[in-house]
Structures are given as C-alpha cells and as structure tokens.
Design a protein around this ligand. Structure first.
Ligand SMILES: *Cc1c(COP(=O)(O)O)cnc(C)c1O
Length: 401
C-alpha cells in the first residue's frame, strides 16, 4: 500500500483497521461477497458515513514544507486513496500491491505502455484486443518503438517475445472472447526478460487475478463491469513492484489523466455489489449462450463459460469461481438481419460498452475497427432474470427471421 496514505481522509493519523477484510491474513477466511462490501473502508468515525463522501479539492491546506500525501489535486486525493486501497484488496488479497486510478481505461493503458517503453524497444500486443489499442500502437510506432502483434488464441504472442521489453495481453479479449494462458506467457516473457501487462477489464478482479498469475501489471477499464452502472469512466493499474507503481504514478502526474472525485466515489460505492453483479451476469451469459446455440440462424456463439468453447479449458484454469464474464458474441447471417434483431429487442438497449446492470447489444461492425463479420453481435448481459432475457432474445430472433 501507499505508505503515505492515511487510513481515513478525515483523520489522517487514524491507524489502519487492524482486521480490515481483504488485507493479508484475512483473505483466506472471507468470501468475495464479504470482501467487496468492506473493501477500502477506513476506520469508522462516529457520526460519519462508512464510506466518506467525495473530497473536492484542487489543492489542500499546506502550511510550511510541501510534504504529502495531499498537496495538489493532480498528485493525490483522499477519495482516490480509498478507492485505490479497495481495488488493491481485490486485485491481490494475499500480498500487498498498489493501485493507481485514472480518468479512463485508455489513460491506464497508456500509462503502462508509454511509461515503460522507449525508442528502440519492442513490445508485443494482441491484434484482436480493444479497438483503441490501435491508437496507442500508432503512437508507439511514431515514437520509434517496434510493435509486434499476434492473435490472443493459442498463446500466439509467445513467438514474438525474443528481445521484447513488454508483453501486453488481453484475456478474454474483446470482442472475440479468445483466451490466452497467462501463467504460460508470463514464464515465456520472464525467460526473455520482458514485463507482462494484462488488460483484465472483461473478467474484473473477482473473475481473474493477473498479479497472482505472475503478471507485472493488472490493468482495467473501470467503465465496464467493475463499476457496472454505465455512468462513469474510470481506469486503474495495479502492481506489486514499487518501482513499477512509481513509474505509473509519475506518468499520471505527467499526463494528468486523473479521475474526478465524484467518479471515484461512485466507483467505490459500486464495488459493494461487484460479487452480486458478476455472478448474476455470468449465469445470465451462460444461459443466453446456450439458448443461442439452439438457433439455426445463429453461428459462432462464443462465451468462455460454454464447456465446449475453444477458450474454456484455459479459462477454467485461470479464471475464478465460474465467473467467465458478461459478454456473449455471435453472428447473424448479415447486417440487415442483425439490425432487425437489435431493433426488435425490448429488454436490451442497443449500445456499446459492456458490463452494466442493464443488458446491451450492438452490431460491432458498425464501428469499422474490429475484424468481425457484418452480422457479428456483441451482447453484454446485465443482471436481469436470465429467463426474461432469453425469452426476449428468442422473440427478437423470431421477429428478425
Ligand atoms: C473499454 C475498454 C478499454 C478502454 O476503457 P475506457 O474506460 O473506455 O477508456 C480498454 N480495454 C478493454 C478490454 C475495454 O473493453
């Protein structure tokens, strides 16, 4: 943890709650549902809320020598501190790690890649990862970094490792839902002296813990399932090595992509329901994937939880508690068919993004960046009753057919 962070922003001298659930020593006895509701909470203060409200401050009272933790608003904020502590407890319950929160997932991704690589370095990226990763790739190339890419499936990125400085993984990848073996790729990267970062957005730390699997950086967009209500943009980077955290924090200071206190507070408040949401979403996604399999007009149904999905064997080894995520992808015969289907859904909003409490779906090809068929649908399962959702999808498929 950040040694300078106080246990309570209202009482910077208050000690850390001794048995704070989720801290080393406690993690074995508590379930995820218990850990998320207490994650990052400070020592209680009489007549104050359990989760202190957002602290709005561009600067803090700072008499005398300018020492931390709270000096200027771009450096640190008490609301971030509590959220960073909460996420650290979930990313790495057995061992200390530090989390740095950012204004968005892309800010977090850029912080790792742009703080770690220099001109002349080589990095290995997936060629089927999040769309906007291509923008970072362009930037890296412009800065004189050699970018090598390969698909996520089959650990194909391993072959590109010799001489690389950093390996970037995204598993399960979005929107194709292929999976790679993090432990195996970390071993291969170690042999080459390369760092490993994992984009864990789809799984959330309750579904997969990249740091435990050996990665140096666990990176996520908090905009998706982590906060789950589709009302904030946020990102974070978690690392165990203090020098890596220092580099990421220095980048945040440099680029200034800091989250707002209100967004940070909403995210912390939303973490309390993370276990309920991810379990409900995973159950709904599996039910939907199974129902889609029965339809002759639907092809290419992908969900890592389906026992015969190509990603299932590896996903089962490295993902946790049957939490294979909220996304199901599949293909309808053509663009018009897909548009009729989306238009006929009643319980599902046509929208991008994923991981929210309300189900959403979109024809991914409308963005033009992913290598997907015209009728490809990315479906994000919310927390509705799965039977209602499946009935709505069946009805919309009938109407579109
Ligand atoms: C959405 C997403 C991002 C980017 O997150 P933002 O918060 O939108 O910047 C990165 N990686 C994955 C896998 C995503 O789905």
């Amino acid at each position: 943890m950040d040694a300078q962070a106080p246990g309570n922003p209202d009482r910077p001298d208050a000690p850390d709650r001794g048995g704070n659930p989720g801290r080393p020593g406690d993690h074995d006895r508590l379930g995820d549902g218990t850990r998320v509701v207490r994650a990052g909470l400070p020592e209680p203060v009489p007549h104050r809320p359990a989760l202190p409200g957002p602290v709005f401050a561009a600067h803090y009272h700072l008499p005398g020598d300018p020492v931390g933790p709270y000096t200027y608003g771009r450096e640190q904020n008490p609301t971030w501190t509590l959220l960073e502590r909460a996420i650290s407890e979930l990313e790495s319950p057995g061992e200390d790690c530090d989390t740095t929160v950012f204004a968005s997932g892309m800010a977090a991704i850029s912080a790792v890649l742009l703080s770690q690589v220099r001109a002349g370095d080589a990095v290995v990226l997936p060629d089927d990862g999040y769309q906007a990763l291509a923008l970072v790739r362009e930037r890296l190339t412009a800065y004189g970094v050699e970018v090598r890419t390969a698909p996520t499936a089959g650990d194909a990125q391993a072959a590109l490792l010799p001489g690389a400085r950093l390996l970037w993984l995204e598993t399960p990848c979005n929107p194709g839902l292929d999976v790679c073996d993090i432990r195996r790729l970390v071993a291969a990267a170690r042999a080459e002296g390369a760092l490993v970062a994992v984009d864990n957005t789809l799984a959330t730390p309750l579904g997969q813990r990249p740091l435990e699997l050996g990665a140096d950086f666990s990176v996520s967009s908090g905009t998706k399932a982590l906060t789950g209500h589709g009302d904030v943009l946020l990102g974070h980077v978690s690392c165990r090595a203090p020098e890596l955290t220092a580099a990421v924090r220095q980048w945040r200071r440099t680029a200034g992509a800091v989250p707002g206190p209100m967004e940070s507070w909403l995210a912390h408040r939303s973490l309390a329901t993370l276990r309920l949401r991810v379990d409900q979403q995973a159950a709904g996604a599996l039910a939907l994937a199974r129902a889609l399999r029965e339809r002759p007009e639907v092809t290419g149904v992908r969900h890592p939880g389906l026992p015969d999905d190509p990603a299932h064997a590896v996903a089962r080894r490295q993902m946790r508690a049957g939490r294979y995520g909220c996304v199901v992808s599949f293909t309808l015969p053509d663009r018009a068919h897909a548009e009729r289907f989306l238009g006929a859904l009643r319980l599902v909003d046509e929208a991008t993004s994923f991981g929210g409490v309300r189900s959403t779906a979109e024809r991914r090809g409308r963005w033009g960046g992913d290598a997907v068929p015209e009728g490809f649908i990315r479906f994000s399962v919310g927390v509705e009753d799965p039977a209602d959702l499946v009935a709505d999808v069946r009805r919309a498929l009938d109407a579109a057919g």
